[in-house]
Design a protein around this ligand. Structure first.
Ligand code: AMP
Length: 208
């Protein structure tokens, strides 16, 4: 009896902790500042940052089969197929079972990914808390990405036609994820031009 009660309370505590997780989808076109803001959010809220772009670049750097597959798509500025991306994302989340929250940066980028994320989190007794989209004019994005390409050497940030294609893919395949979470009352649009601190304050005022 005692054993059973202990089990019950352990499960209950775990469940309560999961429910109180902060799971933020940091959303916006390439170059909108998601990575920069995610780093600051990680420090403030002490949560895990998962960038699917970074995960793919890590795999590519190590020439793994996953990295080689992703490379074909990334080089053209196209989306890596959903089943590959979703599987990689789930592995990363499962590798970090004790976190108090997650910032999803660059994921989900399609409705299918959003649905997969929702059912995956629901199985864990948690959910997306909010989606915060950074709004930046297209010409500003192109300038920022070309500048980043010079500094980082990132192949997909060097060529203007690839950059424009990534922005086009965002408009045609990704943007509807905003509406998907908006119908659940979870989406917020933030003006993504200003100093890093100004934008950070806009984001935290939504979360807090
Ligand atoms: P990012 O660093 O987020 O700009 O992502 C760089 C590239 O990685 C994208 O242009 C895609 O080719 C690929 N990628 C990153 N995240 C995803 C995702 N959620 N779904 C599909 N492809 C992705």
């Amino acid at each position: 009896m005692f054993h059973w009660l202990r089990q019950f309370f352990r499960k209950f505590a775990l469940q309560m902790n999961k429910k109180s997780m902060i799971n933020i989808v940091l959303f916006g076109p390439p170059g909108s500042g998601k990575g920069t803001q995610a780093e600051l959010l990680v420090k403030k809220y002490n949560i895990l940052h998962i960038s699917t772009g970074d995960l793919f670049r890590y795999e590519m750097g190590n020439n793994t089969p996953l990295g080689l597959k992703a490379k074909e798509y990334m080089a053209k500025g196209e989306l890596v197929p959903d089943e590959v991306t979703i599987g990689m994302l789930k592995n990363k989340v499962n590798d970090n079972p004790d976190v108090t929250g997650i910032i999803f940066d660059g994921f989900p980028r399609t409705i299918r990914q959003a649905e997969a994320l929702d059912s995956f989190l629901a199985e864990k007794g948690t959910e997306v808390t909010n989606l915060i989209a950074l709004d930046v004019p297209e010409e500003e994005l192109v300038v920022r990405l070309l500048k980043r390409g010079e500094a980082s050497g990132r192949a997909d940030d060097k060529d203007e036609s690839i950059i424009r294609n990534r922005i086009h893919v965002y408009q045609s395949e990704t943007k509807q994820v905003f509406d998907y979470y908006d119908t659940k009352g979870k989406s917020s649009l933030i003006f993504g031009v200003g100093t890093i601190d100004e934008i950070f304050n806009r984001i935290t005022s939504v979360i807090d």
